[in-house]
Design a protein around this ligand. Structure first.
Ligand code: G3H
Ligand code: 13P
Ligand code: ZN
Length: 311
């Protein structure tokens, strides 16, 4: 099956009350692990490439590996640019076979964000590519930050209709308290997301797909594995799975996961290396990493996102 856009995926996800997983990819084993899990669970999947991934693995290598995964698995796969920060980067991915791009203008002023996003949308739509925009800024929430500063980083529901209408984006990433990386909350801090803001956004934008970034759960099993075999990642804390299930049932149609894949891969490789000190064939430890990713993605698909059987 050729690569697809997220249009149909999101329509079905919105109506069906589930979310599609968007997983970051950087090499062949990661792509294989994710897409084998999608195939086994008959699930649609979004493979997303950051500017860093593109620099690391090269645009053509990643594109061709993703195309190979689509041929091998037969499930619907969208190839998406994660956190595009310029028109040029988005253009290069649109011209180079991506079916979806994110233009992340959230670090600009509101009007500049609109201007940049609109320019990307015009270029993308003429070529059949869909666009994700972002309003609000993701960050860790600090206990001692005063409420108005804290609120300033959340998406403002009163802006979403204007932003979506003026830019023409196909989906919108919002900030409701998730953050990137493995340290999302302080030790002892109760993980919380602003579902009240999400609800207000849903009311403002009926039938519109919402995207949740920074949605790794930071599985403690992998953190323990890393720490047991020579690593040092104390206090790594993620988003509880129950909150992600709640988000998946709402207008959130795309849930972004990267850190969880990194932890699964690193934990399993550390363990393998420690237990097999004489092994030096990369295929041995990379197989272990690929299987860890596949198991993790299977778990996400069936127990968190609810997109199993929806391919
Ligand atoms: O949101 C960012 C993703 O986790 C990608 O991270 O830029 O290190 O590839 P990266
Ligand atoms: P995590 O760091 O929580 O996995 O978030 C990934 C992400 O949002 C990629 O865009
Ligand atoms: Zn992100």
């Amino acid at each position: 099956m050729p690569l697809v856009t997220t249009k149909e995926m999101f329509k079905k996800a919105y109506e069906g009350g589930y979310a599609v997983g968007a997983f970051n990819v950087n090499n062949m084993e990661i792509i294989q692990g994710i897409t084998e899990a999608a195939k086994e669970n008959n699930a649609p999947v979004i493979l997303q490439v950051s500017a860093g991934a593109r620099k690391y693995a090269n645009h053509t290598y990643l594109t061709k590996l993703v195309e190979a995964a689509a041929i091998e698995t037969g499930v619907p796969i969208a190839l998406h640019l994660d956190h595009g920060d310029s028109f040029e980067l988005c253009k290069s991915c649109i011209d180079g076979g991506f079916t979806s791009v994110m233009i992340d203008g959230s670090h600009h002023s509101y009007e500049e964000n609109i201007e940049l996003t609109k320019k990307v949308v015009e270029y993308a739509h003429e070529r059949g590519v869909v666009v994700e925009g972002e309003l609000g800024r993701l960050a860790g929430i600090e206990d001692d930050v005063n409420v108005s500063d804290e609120d300033a980083s959340y998406t403002r529901p009163e802006e979403v209709v204007d932003f979506v209408t003026r830019t023409g984006v196909d989906s919108l990433a919002i900030a409701i308290g998730t953050s990137h990386g493995a340290y999302k909350f302080k030790p002892g801090q109760k993980p919380q997301l602003r579902f009240d803001i999400l609800e207000e956004i849903e009311k403002q934008l009926p039938n519109f797909p919402i995207v949740l970034h920074g949605a790794s759960s930071v599985n403690q099993e992998f953190v323990k594995m890393i720490n047991e075999f020579g690593g040092a990642m104390p206090d790594a804390i993620g988003i509880p799975e129950e909150m992600l299930r709640q988000a998946a049932r709402s207008a959130v149609c795309k849930i972004n996961i990267d850190s969880d894949l990194r932890l699964a891969m690193t934990g399993s490789v550390r363990k393998y290396m420690a237990e097999n000190p004489s092994h030096f064939d990369p295929r041995q430890y990379l197989s272990v990493a690929r299987t860890a990713i596949k198991d993790l993605v299977s778990h996400k698909i069936t127990n968190v996102l609810g997109c199993n059987g929806k391919a």
